[in-house]
Unconditional design. Structure first.
Lengths: 489, 349
């Protein structure tokens, strides 16, 4: 079930909400939690019920192991040491991810390198496996470290399956979530949270169905016709994707945060105006923030710890390795590895820059950062290297074509190879495409983000009127199938 | 304003608004998606759509024709009475502009499986066999799969603002009709009016229309990655074969013919390097069925003014097609127009 579907907006969410608070009002708190688990699993199974056993097995296995670790008494003799339990759990979780997500990638590369013909498994990627596995790995590691005390199965299951964040995050940490599920204060309807939740959800829906889906048409057409793009089309394609990705993913996150807030659950912020960043370190502090936190805590820090003597250069090497892994987490493709590697190198460069105290004009810093991000997203979106290179060829060496209406004013450019024609025809774009791109720059660079707006939100006639218009317009657009990009990861 | 009031007002406003527009859209039913007759004495005409493929499908789904005429826009150009003359009443014409064989065969499979058809007349166009011609954006597999529920169609028909606009326009049309005292123009009348317009086209108009079509047609319908290779059409021929088998199984009389195009378009196939595929198309068709071939150089196709443009024959000449197929002695059909090609014929058409 998609957040941007009528069945979610008009049926699933209201029913889940009203029954949850009805049960709470009758002091049936266990039943209300069980209801949340049931609705979350129903939400998950809506796509394909065959995925359900996998997530249930994963939850049961991880809960059993972590419970044993939490209760572990070093003095008593056990068949398995605590460390062995950790290793079993890590092998299980990483193995699950590796099998479903990376096996065919591994086979195809083995076949390529060793000239073999091992048949592919062609497994369907179980929905949300990357997200629920990461969250549970964090829980397992923290249980081993002695950082977890809670041991309530229902709270743990809600923590993993809670439908607003189940499919594509934000990646939540048990320490910020499980106390919320356990708190009795959160079981009473809170109209401030409900109003703010509706506010955030509506903005997210608008970002997704009105803005992201509009850019999606041009981005898809551009990448499908990568070989034929002129310079304007190639830039419009890459920028369309850069904006599509942001409005799609941050729109999804807003909807997740808004929906969770209806149940008095505060999900962590995932985006903080990332395209305002003036450096790559700054960018990753603003983009997919919960993933950055996870990478730092559970990938970068263990790598750092593994070095006997830590130096600045080693720390930078750890950064690049962590980002290569994070890149691969997005999907089984060398394109994601390149994306991760480039970002790792970008961050390392930014650190060196800071270490040697170089200064740069802020506008120039923003310009370089934004373009670097825009370029790395071409790798993120392209099917293969050839596709990405074709888009770059268009961006940097493509034919310069300007609107035919400009010919009378700019005809002196013709001897320089500039042509006047229909500029954006290969990506199905019109003058409207340029207007949208300019508006997207204005929204992402000059306006407050949803989190900032939500902080300042107060109930008023103005906010009610504006939100109603946004919501009605967005809901009426929810009429065709349009998945979120991060569902694929 | 309190948070409680804000939340409740927001929620109930959204629910009320969408309940209201869903009710209007359901009653007005601008795309004929819902099979009801509410206010049918008042709402008589529906001329606003978002997707012709969608409206056509549901209109067809809610009727029970005995005979079906299937093809691209070309079959929509004829006076529908001519079909009744040869096939009897209760004949439905499904003209799907720019459709490929995949779309046509999917609609045919749906009709064969779900309706009691006696005759199907299927007009085949060369371009429809182009494997590189994609399905129309408005086409949906869920729609023609009777075991699936095409929720997108119902969502669009109930909740979209575009549908609401179309519903209101439909209401305005019907109110105007009511006050004018006129009867609504049914599809037949509208078609007859457009046929009359075509018949008054001047040679200059036809030349211009042909010239414009020659510009966009190769890009839109004949653009290929593989269509220049004769074997590329095999998959689409198999789809035709599947329909032939299904019709045999269901005891439906299936009549096939190739649709005529202007001489300049027959020349165009050669110029574009599609000559071999064009030749193979007919040769392979004879291996699976008998059909009548009108897509040849003949006295009708040689004269550009027998056409509305390059590929749509004038309605009055088009009617010769059916006289030929149904061996009507009362109509004088040029002897070289339409060749009956029996199955497994060794004769190269």
């Amino acid at each position: 079930m998609l957040f941007n579907s009528y069945i979610f907006i008009f049926l699933f969410l209201p029913i889940a909400f009203f029954v949850y608070f009805y049960l709470n009002s009758k002091r049936l708190t266990t039943a209300s939690k069980a209801w949340l688990v049931f609705t979350s699993l129903f939400f998950y199974s809506w796509w394909n019920i065959s995925y359900l056993p996998l997530i249930l097995i994963s939850i049961l296995f991880n809960y059993s192991i972590t419970s044993t670790m939490i209760e572990y008494d070093e003095k008593k003799k056990k068949y398995f040491s605590k460390k062995a339990l950790l290793q079993i759990a890590l092998v299980f979780n990483i193995g699950l991810l590796a099998y479903f997500k990376y096996m065919d990638f591994f086979i195809s590369n083995t076949n390529l390198v060793l000239s073999l013909e091992i048949p592919m498994l062609n497994l369907a990627l179980p929905l949300a496996i990357s997200f629920f596995t990461l969250q549970q790995i964090a829980f397992v590691v923290d249980s081993y470290e002695g950082l977890v005390e809670e041991k309530n199965f229902l709270d743990y299951t809600i923590f993993v399956t809670f439908f607003p964040q189940l499919i594509a995050g934000p990646i939540v940490h048990h320490s910020e979530m499980m106390p919320q599920f356990a708190s009795k204060w959160n079981m009473v309807k809170n109209y401030k949270n409900i109003a703010t939740g509706l506010f955030i959800f509506s903005i997210g829906l608008f970002k997704k169905v009105v803005i992201a889906d509009t850019f999606a048409k041009w981005a898809t057409a551009g990448f499908d016709h990568a070989e034929a793009l002129n310079m304007v089309e190639a830039w419009a394609t890459s920028l369309s994707y850069t904006f599509q990705l942001y409005f799609d993913f941050s729109g999804y996150t807003d909807m997740a945060i808004g929906a969770a807030l209806l149940f008095n659950i505060k999900l962590p912020q995932n985006f903080n105006s990332p395209y305002k960043a003036t450096g790559m370190i700054d960018f990753w502090k603003r983009w997919h923030m919960t993933l950055t936190n996870f990478i730092t805590t559970y990938i970068y820090t263990p790598i750092i710890r593994s070095f006997k003597k830590l130096t600045f250069h080693k720390a930078m090497l750890a950064t690049v390795i962590a980002f290569l892994i994070a890149g691969l987490w997005h999907g089984a493709s060398w394109m994601f590895v390149i994306f991760g590697g480039l970002n790792g190198v970008g961050i390392a460069t930014n650190h060196y820059w800071k270490k040697y105290k170089f200064k740069m004009n802020k506008v120039l810093a923003w310009f370089i950062t934004f373009n670097f991000v825009n370029i790395t997203f071409v790798f993120f979106r392209a099917k293969d290297l050839d596709d990405a290179l074709k888009v770059f060829e268009g961006m940097f060496y493509g034919q310069v074509i300007l609107y035919d209406k400009l010919e009378s004013y700019l005809s002196f450019l013709t001897p320089l190879g500039v042509r006047f024609d229909d500029v954006l025809s290969d990506i199905g774009g019109k003058a409207q495409t340029i207007v949208y791109i300019v508006l997207a720059f204005i929204i992402t660079l000059l306006l407050k983000n949803t989190h900032q707006m939500a902080k300042e939100f107060s109930p008023s006639r103005l906010s009610l009127g504006v939100l109603l218009i946004l919501a009605i317009f967005a809901i009426s657009k929810v009429s065709s199938f349009s998945e979120f990009l991060y569902f694929n990861f | 304003m309190s948070f409680k009031f804000w939340s409740k007002f927001f929620f109930y406003s959204i629910v009320s608004f969408f309940t209201l527009i869903a009710s209007i859209n359901y009653i007005v039913n601008p795309y004929n998606i819902f099979n009801h007759t509410l206010f049918s004495t008042f709402i008589k005409t529906h001329e606003h759509t978002v997707s012709a493929r969608m409206t056509d499908f549901y209109t067809l789904k809610h009727t029970d024709p005995t005979n079906l005429i299937m093809g691209s826009s070309r079959v929509g150009m004829f006076n529908q009475d001519i079909f009744q003359k040869y096939l009897g009443k209760n004949t439905y014409t499904l003209a799907m502009p720019g459709s490929n064989i995949e779309e046509q065969s999917q609609y045919l499979i749906f009709m064969i499986k779900n309706k009691k058809l006696k005759n199907i007349l299927w007009s085949l166009d060369f371009f429809s066999f182009n494997p590189d011609l994609p399905n129309d954006d408005g086409f949906s597999y869920n729609r023609v799969d009777s075991s699936a529920f095409e929720k997108d169609d119902y969502q669009i028909a109930l909740f979209s603002l575009q549908t609401t606009k179309n519903s209101l326009n439909t209401l305005v049309d019907n109110i105007e009709l009511l006050f004018s005292g006129q009867e609504p123009k049914d599809d037949k009348l509208l078609l007859r009016e457009s046929i009359d317009r075509y018949l008054t086209l001047s040679p200059e108009d036809i030349d211009k229309r042909t010239r414009i079509q020659l510009q966009y047609y190769p890009e839109k319908f004949l653009k290929f990655a593989t269509f220049n290779k004769p074997e590329s059409i095999q998959e689409n021929l198999l789809k035709v074969k599947k329909i032939i088998d299904l019709c045999e199984e269901k005891n439906i009389n299936l009549i096939l013919y190739t649709s005529p195009v202007q001489k300049s378009f027959l020349d165009l196939y050669q110029t574009l390097g599609l000559g071999e595929t064009f030749h193979s198309w007919k040769k392979e068709l004879t291996k699976i069925t008998d059909y009548t071939d009108f897509c040849t150089y003949n006295s009708v196709t040689d004269n550009p003014y027998n056409f509305v443009d390059g590929t749509h024959i004038m309605p009055n000449f088009g009617e010769l097609i059916f006289a030929k197929i149904f061996h009507d002695p009362s109509v004088d059909v040029p002897s070289d127009f339409g060749t009956y090609v029996p199955k497994d014929s060794q004769r190269t058409p």
